[in-house]
Design a protein around this ligand. Structure first.
Ligand code: HEM
Ligand SMILES: *[C@@H]1O[C@H](CO)[C@@H](O)[C@H](O)[C@H]1NC(C)=O
Ligand SMILES: *[C@@H]1O[C@H](CO)[C@@H](O)[C@H](O)[C@H]1NC(C)=O
Length: 324
């Protein structure tokens, strides 16, 4: 009797294990035999860079989002244009978001030195994002590996949500990638770190009676950015998305949203929209739940639309296809 019970339990556990990894075919120990130190190599380079310049960590987290939301997490974002293959995703994405590209190359060189041709750039980026979250005080999480790198990168495939999109459209956009409203609110939580250029939100400043923006925040931002009719030079100015703790993965951002102190319009709408306000309030009140769930959702983000098996290639240099 007891034995049969154990058998049933074992089957149940197997089913859970299968359910947990069936859909992507990625595995945590993927490079166990072929590049056992891959995790440590990535972490070492990331740590060194981060202690020199902590702005790289938010930039890498954002880079993972952009890569994964355009044709999947396949390192297509990293391709630099060449005369024969001129239209990469990068052309369509603001270049300031790509200042982390040289770090990707540094990480990849270290991986190539240890295990040539083994670890894909898509996997390297997923590990770098995980390390970025941890370096910024977020919860550690496992990254399932085995992604392959794309053989194409096209600007016409870039369809990222814009900061001025409606939340309804944005929720549909995220749902199409497999994310619930709860998970979308958690992913917005990435704006608990890093910075935004005035060009991303200054159009809001020109609305004198925009009650969705706290008046003192608006005044501060006009001070930083100027109003829309002033010279475009101020577009280069930057300000922290979460001015309270700009380099900490924590739930402070949700409290900012609830006091109408978000720079980005779509995030702000999440605080009051019926489909999301409850989640915003929940994560504002539950720091540990946010930390745990944010890392789970980052792991999930890294599995969107991956290439596996024989698809694509393992690039030697992340910014170039192996054959031009
Ligand atoms: C509707 C969805 C989203 C919109 C409209 C959006 C928009 C933006 C904008 C406009 C900026 C400022 C860029 C600049 O002015 O330089 C930004 C920064 C950032 N975003 Fe998002 N974002 C979205 C979702 C996400 C997601 C899902 C993540 C990651 C999980 C993310 C991570 C970041 C990070 C970390 C930064 C700071 C980057 C840095 O400091 O270098 N964002 N985002
Ligand atoms: C971004 O691109 C613009 C125009 O293409 C260029 O003037 C600027 O120097 C670039 N900035 C960075 C940081 O590369
Ligand atoms: C935030 O904005 C909403 C909608 O404009 C308003 O009803 C609310 O009172 C504001 N909340 C705070 C804390 O300012």
């Amino acid at each position: 009797m007891r034995r049969r019970h154990a058998g049933v339990l074992l089957i149940l556990q197997l089913q859970i294990a299968v359910a947990a990894c069936c859909c992507w075919g990625l595995e945590v120990g993927y490079y166990g035999a072929t590049c056992p130190d891959a995790d440590a190599i990535v972490r070492q380079v990331m740590e060194r860079r981060f202690y020199n310049d902590n702005t790289v960590a938010p930039a890498i987290i954002r880079m993972l989002f952009h890569d994964c939301f355009v044709t999947g997490c396949d390192a297509s974002l990293l391709i630099v244009p060449t005369p024969t293959r001129p239209s990469p995703e990068r052309v369509a994405i603001p270049n300031q978001t790509l200042r982390a590209l040289n770090i990707v190359n540094a990480v990849k060189s270290a991986l190539e030195a240890a295990c040539p041709g083994v670890v894909s750039c898509a996997d390297a980026l997923a590990l770098m994002a995980r390390d970025s979250v941890a370096l910024l005080g977020g919860a550690a999480y496992d990254v399932a590996l085995g992604r392959r790198d794309a053989l194409h990168s096209n600007s016409w495939e870039v369809d990222l949500p814009a900061p001025f999109s409606s939340l309804d459209d944005t929720l549909r956009h995220f749902a199409a990638k497999g994310f619930t409203a709860d998970e979308t609110v958690l992913l917005f939580g990435a704006h608990t770190v890093g910075a935004a250029h005035c060009s991303s939100f200054r159009y809001r400043l020109a609305r004198p009676d925009d009650s969705t923006m706290d008046e003192s925040l608006r005044c501060d931002m006009v001070g930083v950015c100027g109003l829309a009719d002033q010279p475009a030079a101020a577009d280069d100015a930057m300000t922290f998305l979460d001015p309270v703790t700009p380099f900490a993965v924590d739930n402070a951002y949700y409290a900012q949203l609830m006091s109408n102190r978000s720079l980005l319009q779509v995030d702000q709408e999440a605080a009051t929209h019926a489909a999301t306000a409850g989640y915003v309030a929940y994560y504002a009140a539950n720091p540990d739940a946010f930390l745990q769930r944010f890392s789970e959702v980052m792991a999930k983000l890294g599995t969107v639309g991956v290439l596996e098996g024989d698809a694509g290639e393992v690039r030697t240099v992340c910014t170039k296809y192996n054959t031009s």
